[in-house]
Design a protein around this ligand. Structure first.
Ligand code: GLY
Length: 399
């Protein structure tokens, strides 16, 4: 029903108004209603994507016109089902819920995968969102088992969960700022099971990160390497930023989103203060463009001739809707609204005729591997949708 109406409304004007996916088309400014219709069309592309347990949609390379498809063990697998769950939350269209369930089921085996810290991204963005939609004992059991598996990567001497297992000749015990995002799964596992072990590990990891990962200006390093016996920091470095001491934009996003979430579960003000300080660093940065979408690294020497990162903007925008509710700082809500306003444009929303299961263009993946640089990437969409859901909920509570 929903899809039929969006096609009727959407295509009528789209075919008349735009020659999509070229610069000329991108300059046409659209009304709010037209943008809504375009978004509905983009959502329907996710529904059309063929169900395949080994082919989670991760990104799209416009140069080769290929979709990068990954198995469930990839760190991004949970975002595609997460997007379907979130579109269901926004639209109420059961077709999205049914597809979300089917894709989510393919991730279950990751509950045993102890070779990665990315359990939260994989399992919580899929099963965790499913639990927000329906009370499902199987989903709860999977989250608890996943938390047990993730906990095996915790080192008591360091007080952190180990992030990566590669580069063992360089790093003894690498912990990346992104790892903060996994803590949500641990907090929820304690709520579900009553086993406080997971909550305690999450708090210890947050405290170690709080102590070591941040600079005086509020920004965060990407990778910290620890000594597994003494627990001391061996090195502060980067893997995806432009330099060891640069501020990689998405890393700042993981820090802001992660510490806001830890405050939600603990109500300990030191985490709130951390999120606020890094958020202020981000939104007040002199090199943040006016539309709120950052360059992929704040310290890239070639700014402004550098790609933006929609995913970083969306991760921060989602966090700042929540942070606004804890602080009542209007600047935070203004940033989230500005990002949504910017992304609701022809420049960022993919054109209606691209048959790929993504919504937004211009995310930036990984410079170190020269991969996914300025492309549609699944986690850019995920945090955009999360922002929309949070803004909608905020509007409803203030009515
Ligand atoms: N490790 C996740 C990221 O690239 O942000």
């Amino acid at each position: 029903m929903f899809r039929v109406s969006c096609f009727v409304i959407g295509f009528t004007w789209l075919f008349i108004a735009c020659k999509p996916n070229n610069d000329k088309g991108k300059n046409i400014s659209l009304s709010e209603e037209q943008i809504d219709s375009l978004l509905q069309i983009r959502y329907s592309k996710l529904l059309d994507y063929k169900l395949d347990s080994t082919a989670f949609a991760r990104s799209y390379n416009p140069k080769t016109a290929t979709i990068k498809k990954v198995p469930s063990k990839d760190w991004t697998s949970g975002f595609f089902p997460g997007n379907l769950w979130q579109i269901y939350m926004l639209t109420g269209d059961e077709a999205f819920k049914n597809k979300a369930k089917a894709w989510t089921a393919f991730i279950e085996k990751e509950k045993y995968n102890d070779r990665t810290h990315d359990m939260g991204f994989k399992v919580f963005c899929s099963f965790g969102n499913g639990l927000k939609v329906e009370d499902n004992q199987d989903y709860k059991d999977i989250i608890v088992k996943s938390a047990q598996t993730l906990s095996t990567r915790f080192n008591e001497n360091v007080g952190s969960i180990r992030s990566w297992d590669f580069n063992k000749d360089v790093w003894q015990f690498p912990v990346i700022i992104d790892n903060m995002m996994n803590l949500e799964l641990l907090f929820e596992a304690t709520k579900i099971s009553g086993d406080s072990t997971f909550h305690k590990i999450a708090v210890k990891h947050a405290n170690t990160t709080l102590k070591n990962h941040f600079r005086k200006d509020g920004s965060t390093w990407h990778v910290l390497d620890y000594d597994t016996i003494s627990g001391q920091v061996r090195a502060r470095a980067t893997h995806q930023g432009i330099g060891d001491d640069s501020a990689w934009s998405r890393g700042q996003g993981w820090a802001i989103n992660g510490f806001t979430m830890v405050y939600r579960y603990t109500k300990d003000k030191k985490y709130l203060d951390r999120a606020v300080a890094t958020a202020n660093y981000f939104i007040n940065h002199e090199r943040l463009p006016k539309d709120g979408i950052p360059f992929w690294d704040f310290d890239h020497p070639e700014i402004p001739n550098v790609s933006r990162d929609v995913s970083a903007a969306a991760i921060v925008a989602a966090a700042l809707v929540e942070l606004y509710q804890y602080t009542e700082n209007e600047a935070f809500l203004n940033y989230s609204n500005k990002v949504v306003q910017s992304l609701r444009s022809r420049h960022y929303i993919l054109s209606e005729d691209l048959d790929i299961p993504f919504i937004l263009d211009h995310s930036f993946g990984d410079w170190s591997h020269k991969e996914e640089m300025d492309e549609p990437i699944v986690y850019g969409d995920y945090y955009f949708l999360q922002t929309l859901i949070r803004l909608k909920a905020l509007k409803q509570t203030s009515l």
